[in-house]
Design a binder for this molecule. Sequence first.
Ligand code: SF4
Length: 102
Amino acid sequence: MTNRRTFLFKVVPAVAAVTVLGRQAMALPPLSADNNPAAKALGYVPDTAQVDKQKYSKYKDGQKCANCTNYTAINEQTGTCTMYKGFEVNANGWCNAWAAKA
Ligand code: SF4
């Protein structure tokens, strides 16, 4: 039978360690034009301040991954995108496939 001391000093740390290791194993590489040809072709940038507004005239102020229909948040700063599976995108990033979240 597990007593309180065993629970606090063995079970709780073990569960915490498994949780931390599980999150690290699931960490996705950050998307960039250097590691994904589609991101390069669609002008992905991790910060909207870097959008080439001459080249991507579709871009309008306020557009960013966080309000794109293809985005699912992981946390406040990052998320995943259905366009770039296996990568992490910045909430404040943008690419030419941006579409308003419904
Ligand atoms: S499709 Fe949307 S969420 Fe994905 S990288 Fe482009 S702007 Fe960001």
